[in-house]
Design a binder for this molecule. Structure first.
Ligand code: GDP
Ligand code: MG
Length: 597
């Protein structure tokens, strides 16, 4: 145990975690020349393309320091706020953290939120000033910022570059000298924490865990405490770039387990693995069931593909337990699914995976948060509203509650005014304002989660010219004055376009929705009235004028190939359209409410 070090790398997104991890692997000789490839740990295609880490991964390195061989378990963490629960579990599996700060960007919102998580778990923090090779780097100033934040000595901050490899030796030394070895008792019953799981279509779910007490041996009968399920440890081992099967994984170490588990939902991140016969009495603290934050409908473009979509979603769920879905039907779109996501990025990823991996073409409806509606009669049992059309009749309701979050924004002093007006415009209440340095300010707000879902990031970027970073955590439900704004096309209400909006903004947003839909819905052979309504009351109206001619008419029937091209183009455009009544609605229209100015 005294030769094991478990550490993670935490940072704001893009500050260089994955790149630095690659350099550590290089330096310790953990990868062969043939295996070298940028951002080795991001092995999902989508992760590579987007340059982000979606899932946490663990990797073991060996390093000789003053004649002694050490085992270093590096746990990479996802940087995006949608996946913060996974970050918190990865952190709980470590004794130390490299806190990476970009020498040009300095401290950002997620630097701080991840640091707080690490401090809550009593991790030893090793600050790393990264990207010092950049011409725009400000090493002195940013070192001062780090010293202020941590209350450490300037000498403790290690200057480094993931690009050139500078400082990597110092970082490895610091890990061995400053990060404490794991504690734990070898003689106690097995207690291991799951901090990740990986889906393998051939071998089933691979569980990644850290042994806190006792040891796990090959063939042992084990039990997952949160689910109560029992399995045999068919294969255990350590993770390098490939799996290395072992007979035993001991206290303090990190490993993988394969037990023929077929479904991701049987393995819960944060759960405790113990021995089935002599179980530990204590589950490792901090386990939570992940809760979806954002809901949206997913519908097949072609109604006939419903069953195929269901099969695809089921398969996707096998490897992403945080995706939840239930069948729903919409008067406008027919049969589909109401899906719950961890956040907007997660939603985009699911949609993209459905299209790439399962070849499905889907329509995603306006995302919304989950509301609680209290009826006048039954005050104790609120109705969970995951879809605006499920909102009960307002005359029968006592009140509606919506989820609130605490938002933390770090920006330059120049942009405090615009950022504040944006937050107030989004129904936020400022709770704190702290100058981290004379130029950099941290603002905290209580704000409805729904407002973050609706175009918040884009507008924050615009008002701060890109100099603002943002992070949030849920703080519970609060009563709000919400109304359902419906949209009627050609006199027919389209349920999939309904949204719950704060009463004070309803008129304004209804009007903007009509204007936006007029832009997005293509002209057809007849006039299409667009109306916004609250209950029976029409609050706004626009009209899409009829198209005068057939698009192919201008080809005069002469140029066949050009005509065919046009038709093909139309057909392609149609792929993402849904016929509702006699109106064709493109995918973007369902997202219109997110893109209002
Ligand atoms: P992560 O989001 O924290 O994992 O960040 P990445 O490792 O994916 O890096 C984000 C971007 O910064 C990539 O384009 C990297 O090539 C670049 N980058 C990372 N480290 C350095 C560095 O030390 N110097 C320079 N110049 N660029 C770097
Ligand atoms: Mg990364």
């Amino acid at each position: 145990m005294k030769h094991i070090r478990n550490f993670c790398i935490i940072a704001h997104i893009d500050h260089g975690k994955s790149t630095l991890a690659d350099r550590l692997l290089d330096y310790t000789g953990s990868v062969t020349e043939r295996e070298k490839q940028d951002q080795l740990l991001d092995n999902m295609d989508l992760e590579r393309e987007r340059g982000i880490t979606i899932k946490s991964h663990a990797i073991q390195m060996e390093y000789v320091h003053q004649g002694e061989t050490y085992i270093l378990n590096l746990i990479d963490t996802p940087g995006h706020v949608d996946f913060s629960y996974e970050v918190s579990r990865s952190i709980a599996a470590c004794e130390g953290a490299l806190l990476i700060v970009d020498a040009a960007q300095s401290i950002q919102a997620q630097t701080i939120s991840n640091l707080y998580l690490a401090l809550e778990n009593d991790l030893e923090i090793i600050p790393v000033l990264n990207k010092i090779d950049l011409p725009s780097a400000n090493p002195e100033e940013v070192t001062d910022d780090i010293v202020d934040l941590l209350g450490c000595d300037p000498e403790e901050v290690i200057p480094a570059s993931g690009k050139t490899g500078l400082g990597v030796d110092k970082i490895l030394e610091a890990i061995i000298e400053r990060v404490p070895p794991p504690k734990g008792n070898t003689d106690e019953p097995l207690q291991a924490m799951i901090f990740d799981s990986v889906y393998n279509p051939f071998r089933g779910i691979e569980v990644i865990f850290r042994v806190v007490n006792g040891e796990i041996t090959k063939g042992q009968k084990i039990k997952f405490m949160a689910t109560g399920k029992e399995y045999y440890a068919d294969e255990i081992g350590t993770l390098k770039l490939t799996q290395h099967p072992k007979q035993v994984i001991r206290t303090g170490d990190v490993g993988y387990l394969i037990s023929g588990i077929k479904e991701a939902r049987e393995v819960k991140v944060g759960d405790t693995i113990t021995d089935a016969k002599t179980p530990t009495k204590n589950m490792i603290a901090g386990f939570e069931n992940v809760k979806p934050m954002v809901f949206a409908g997913i519908y097949p473009v072609d109604t006939e593909d419903y069953e195929e979509l269901r099969a695809s979603m089921e398969k996707l769920q096998l490897n992403d337990a945080s995706l939840v879905f239930t069948p729903e039907s919409s008067a406008a779109l027919g049969f589909g699914f109401r899906c719950g996501f961890l956040g907007m990025l997660h939603m985009e990823i699911i949609q993209e995976r459905l299209e790439r991996e399962f070849d499905m073409t889907v329509i995603t409806t306006v995302p919304n948060v989950s509301y609680l509606a209290y009826s006048k009669k039954e005050q104790d049992t609120p109705i969970v509203v995951n879809n605006p059309s499920d909102l009960p009749d307002p005359s029968k309701m006592d009140r509606v509650e919506e989820p609130y979050i605490k938002a933390t924004i770090i920006t330059k002093a120049d942009f405090v005014g615009p950022v504040m007006s944006l937050c107030i415009d989004k129904r936020g209440q400022i709770t704190n304002q702290t100058y981290l340095t004379p130029e950099r300010v941290e603002l905290t707000f209580d704000i409805p989660l729904a407002e973050i879902v609706f175009d918040f990031y884009d507008r924050l970027k615009t008002v701060s010219k890109g100099y603002a970073s943002f992070d949030y955590s849920p703080i519970g439900m609060r009563t709000s004055k919400l109304v359902k704004v419906d949209i009627l096309l050609n006199g027919q209400s389209v349920d999939a376009l309904s949204a719950l909006i704060h009463a004070d903004n309803a008129y304004n947003i209804g009007k903007k929705m009509c204007e936006k839909l007029k832009e997005l819905i293509p002209r057809q052979q007849f006039d299409i009235p667009i109306q916004a309504a609250i209950g029976a009351k029409i609050i706004s109206r626009e009209t899409i004028k009829a198209l005068r001619k057939d698009v192919t008419a201008k080809c005069y029937g002469g140029d066949i190939s050009r005509k065919r091209k046009l038709l093909e183009k139309q057909k392609k455009g149609k792929k993402r359209m849904r016929q509702v009544g006699n109106v064709e609605i493109p995918q973007q229209a369902f997202m219109a409410v997110l893109k209002l100015n």
